[in-house]
Design a protein. Sequence first.
Length: 495
Amino acid sequence: MKKNVFKLIALSGLMLVAVSCNKDYLVEEPSEFVTLTQLEDAAATNPAIVRGTMDGIYATMVQTGTGGTTGHDDFGHKAYDIFSDFLCGDMALSVSTYGWYRASITEFQCTQDFTFGDNRQVWQYYFTIIRSANTVIATLGGNDADPQIATNRHILGQAFAMRAHSYFYLTQYMANDYNPQAPILPLLDEVINVGLPKSTTAEIYQLMESDLNRAIVLLDGFNRPTKNQVNKQVAQAMLAYVIASTRDSARWGEVAALTQSVIDNSGATMLTPAQVTGGFNDVNTPSWIWGADLTIDTGLGLVSWWGQMDAFTYSYAWAGDAKAIDRTLYNSIPANDARKAQFYAPAGYYNLMPLNKFYDPNRVIGGQTTITTDYVYMRIEEMVLLNAEALAKNNQDGPARERLRTLMAQRLPSTTYLDALSGQALKDEIYKQTRVELWGEGKSYLALKRNQATATRGNNHLSFVGVPVPHNDERMTFEIPEREIQDNPFINDQN
């Protein structure tokens, strides 16, 4: 038994070496490395061979430096939730002492200058996930594989989902607007180490939808051991986001059906009024459908999403870089809405910071030094709101109102105001409630683009106060980074 364990560790190590060396795939059977063919043969009977790589993808989502920098704003997927919340204006940098995010993000410098490192971070992080997912897919037989071992089917489904998830965020961050004919990103759907030209938006979307539909089939019956793994419902939610981002009037019914399936089958329940101010710090929260369980062993501290967002963590939110809700958005929340209490209202450094939304349970200012509070990636309220949005945009005002009411009944003592809403007024209300409900969770930017909205900053921002910035403004999206343009002749030819 012990011998087999050591053989597995050795083979896994060789796998990592093989996928990290750029030229090894040009050699048919290199004697010093394990080839993809050999890995595929091994994984066919031993799922543990490839499970480690899939676990590595999830680990990348929380690791620091995965955007290729040593910056204290480089800590995996949640880093870019902050980027996007600043860009769309719902999050205000109300005090800046250390300078993180100020010039590059909140003053739109990086989104207009491809030499800024934040462009590289976004590009490198998501393409790292894509390349790792391609390795898993190749090891399990490729894009058309149909593994017979249930574990391998589930791993393959997760890899397809994560490839699509990363491409989805790249389509949102790297393109001003949805344009099917526009060249947008290189399409990597296999293990290759050469530069590729841009594929069109339509081609990238075709890949995402294909991947997610495959994932939904492959993940059917998968009972995941932890919420950090993607299951069928998470893949359905991802697909709903992808289709919704096209704003195709003929497809809102699909979005409604997908989100309804997640609502019906995820087992998740919406936050109660008491849970709304419960800290958003535990992956076991019944409303969370995807998240990361962070422990001491994860090794996060100063450089983390919690460090940048939580005043009860020893890092920047406590020490001098205040992130607050946009004052105009805050003022739009009724006084009797349970979510109003998420934000600290008295004047001073902590004004309108989310002291009662995101916090370490010990609630000692600057107290948490090693991060054990968890990351939320997705919760059921997103699906409720997207379902209401899809119904409203599919001209089903009555069902849309009632779906929105299921959420608002947990936030307000009375929801009778909804009865008078229809048409554009109802759509506007759903969009506003999406911004309020999901503040600080990286979803407002996606909603801004879906709704073709314009961001106008309130007076607690440090820059561009009152300046309208449309969803498709160049300032809202990142640039292909300088290094990619220099190293990829196909990209260089197109710029």
